[in-house]
Design a protein around this ligand. Structure first.
Ligand SMILES: [Zn+2]
Length: 470
């Protein structure tokens, strides 16, 4: 920066290197070295130069660029050192005095945008699938039990005065306020976010939900979880996914505290009456959260390996986890999300059941063994999703519904099972149908760009402006 300021002040006074050199008794080449940053000035030189230019020495030592021009030159030099730029394989651009300012303005804006585009934590569908597969492997290695998050949740509960049982609304709010956050329920939250935290005023905005909906509690705690777990802006898509899983885990661990849930589940196992419904009812959470929480605690505390899957009515898988050996359908990259699961699995059969909102207890024979599964359709908003919790045949003895006589045999991934239409139907219709597919691209494709994946920054900033003084 010293060299730039020196050059700027010299040129502003209409002096050549030789002119200034003669005033301070230095060769022009020596001054050129100073201006190019290849030499550091000695203190006596600094004083002489400042005097010759008619400025205080401090003026030459200031750290900020002396002019817009100098700022642009620095930006372009830095831009060209950036690996993202170097990957373009362009020759180095030497910025001489002849390059006009407006060209530099353009180039520096392009560099800045190039950097911004590359730093976004978005992913191609392949990267998203790989990130999902890697995350699932990590969860499986730990039996989906994260001791450090359990600890963070227990600490948050303890400092708010929790002593056992289900979490009241009052206690929930004191968990939040204990960390200096306040909650605002609003109607106009941007559609692309679940919650929004104003870091300046430490306010968490969540959507006002109709009475009886539990999701607002989970969303609030997910927001808090990001802070208590020390998350910062995600580096990439994998990091984003990882943070989301951790924040969800934190929310579930606060709403279904380990210290209360484990004795409850242990007693249920001992009386051979384990069920996700009871966990849901006792802790007032959604069925999905209860099933998910079950997977956190079942193997670690009850020695029951299990699997979890969430799918839509057409059988497309949205979330999946297993440590009980069940073979989910997967693509060659190992991705399970977006795959269509066997028609005979309980998560699909439940949609055809007489009462689809009652749990379906089913034994499924698969190529990996026999499993006892409980599938449940959440009668929630939007369209129907089924959540299935399953265990090996051997562990069915601990569960409610084990007397079920429903038993299906799935030969998937063998095409003869359900992936290919029955021969008679195929003979009649092959070549005579032209369906237009409904894309499940939201599962598979990269999320739209923004500082956070899938979030509309403009909406978010406008929202915060609106509410800043509210
Ligand atoms: Zn099948």
């Amino acid at each position: 920066m010293f060299g730039r300021r020196l050059r700027h002040l010299r040129r502003a006074r209409g002096l050549t290197l030789a002119d200034l050199g003669s005033r301070v008794g230095r060769a022009p080449s020596a001054l050129s070295m100073l201006e190019n940053g290849r030499r550091e000035p000695r203190l006596s030189q600094l004083k002489a130069l400042a005097e010759a230019l008619g400025v205080p020495s401090e003026e030459l030592l200031r750290r900020d660029p002396p002019s817009r021009r100098a700022q642009l030159e620095i930006a372009i030099e830095e831009g060209q050192r950036d690996p993202v730029y170097r990957a373009l394989g362009l020759p180095h651009l030497k910025v001489t005095a002849k390059v006009p300012n407006d060209v530099l303005e353009h180039l520096s804006a392009l560099y800045a945008e190039l950097r911004r585009q590359r730093s976004k934590p978005t992913a191609t569908p392949e990267e998203a699938r790989a990130a999902n597969a890697k995350l699932r492997l990590m969860m499986r290695e730990r039996d989906n039990y994260f001791a450090s998050i359990e600890q963070a949740a227990a600490t948050a509960l303890g400092t708010a005065g929790y002593s056992g049982g289900a979490l009241s609304q009052g206690l929930l709010l004191s968990v939040v306020s204990h960390h200096g956050f306040t909650v605002r329920y609003v109607q106009d939250l941007p559609r692309s976010v679940r919650s929004l935290t104003d870091l300046r005023s430490r306010r968490i905005y969540v959507k006002q939900e109709p009475v009886g909906m539990h999701s607002a509690r989970a969303v609030l705690l997910q927001a808090l979880g990001h802070f208590l777990l020390g998350h910062s802006e995600p580096r990439d898509f994998a990091d984003f996914l990882h943070q989301r899983v951790e924040a969800n885990y934190f929310a579930a661990a606060v709403l279904v505290p380990e210290q209360a849930a484990v004795p409850f589940l242990t007693a249920a196992r001992d009386s051979r009456d384990l069920s996700v419904e009871d966990l849901r009812d006792v802790f007032s959470v959604s069925y999905e959260m209860a099933a998910h929480r079950f997977t956190n605690l079942a193997t670690h505390h009850l020695e029951v390996p299990c699997h979890f899957v969430k799918n839509d009515e057409s059988g497309v898988i949205y979330k999946a986890y297993e440590n009980d050996g069940l073979m989910f359908p997967s693509d060659p990259s190992g991705a399970i999300e977006g795959q269509r699961m066997c028609r005979l699995w309980s998560g699909r059969q439940v949609f055809g059941a007489e009462d689809r909102f009652s749990p379906l207890y089913q034994y499924s024979d698969t190529s990996a063994g026999t499993y006892f599964c409980v599938a449940h359709v959440d009668p929630g908003r939007e369209r129907g999703f089924a959540v299935t919790l399953g265990v090996t045949y051997e562990d069915s003895r601990w569960f409610r519904g084990r007397e079920s006589t429903v038993r299906r045999r799935s030969a998937c991934p063998d095409g003869e099972c359900c992936q290919r239409p029955p021969a008679e139907l195929a003979a009649r219709w092959e070549g005579m149908a032209w369906p237009s597919a409904r894309a499940h691209s939201h599962v598979l494709s990269a999320l739209p760009a923004g500082s956070f994946p899938g979030v509309d920054d403009t909406d978010v900033y406008e929202f915060l402006e609106r509410h800043e003084n509210g």
